[in-house]
Design a protein around this ligand. Structure first.
Ligand SMILES: CSCCC(=O)C(=O)O
Ligand SMILES: [Fe+2]
Length: 183
């Protein structure tokens, strides 16, 4: 997590650009956690497999599945359509855990006041989006990110899109955890 900031609210901007407003308000890691429940861990991608922190996170999260996704124009079939799907606001019934091995991109998450916080992810970032958080992803203008996807149990990638997701029990559970001050 190089930086996180409140995004420009002008929806006509190119989402692949940083979308920083004139007076950008940055969000430090602790505040990001308090306002959204997003966790962040720095892990050296060159040595992750022997890093006890990485092993401990996997154990704590109950990770049983792991694969690698390489999002680029040349390695990712139907690139344009896929990145449009990634950028539709959605939730999941499970945590979305990504460990960035190379490249960069943006995860946007709604804070507790429904405002978009943009999180810039780069190599060595491990990010955990809680189940039920509204979010979306986009590559930046460099068009390249390689990430490990970590999952507890059989992976479910299907997003639950926002219109309709408000009444989902996963969403309600997330809001209750946030209100109780623990994600
Ligand atoms: C940074 S990983 C690519 C995006 C992704 O896996 C997702 O949005 O689910
Ligand atoms: Fe997602």
């Amino acid at each position: 997590m190089v930086q996180a900031w409140y995004m420009d609210t002008d929806e006509s901007l190119n989402c692949r650009e940083p979308c920083k407003p004139e007076n950008t308000v940055y969000v430090p890691q602790e505040e990001l956690y308090e306002k959204s429940g997003v966790e962040y861990f720095p892990i050296d991608a060159a040595t992750y497999d022997t890093n006890p922190d990485y092993t401990a996170i996997k154990k704590k999260k109950g990770i049983t599945y792991e694969d690698t996704i390489e999002v680029s124009r040349t390695t990712f079939p139907n690139y344009e359509e896929k990145i449009k799907i990634f950028f539709k606001e959605h939730i999941h019934a499970d945590e979305e855990i990504r460990f960035i091995e190379a490249g960069s991109g943006y995860f946007d998450v709604r804070d507790c006041d429904d405002k978009w916080i943009r999180i810039q992810v780069v190599k060595d970032d491990l990010i955990v989006l809680p189940a039920g958080i509204y979010h979306r992803f986009t590559p930046d203008t460099a068009d390249y990110i390689k990430a490990k996807r970590l999952f507890a149990g059989d992976p479910v990638w299907t997003p639950i899109d926002r219109p309709g997701a408000d009444d989902h029990s996963v969403r309600k559970d997330y809001l209750n955890r946030m209100a109780a001050g623990s994600s």
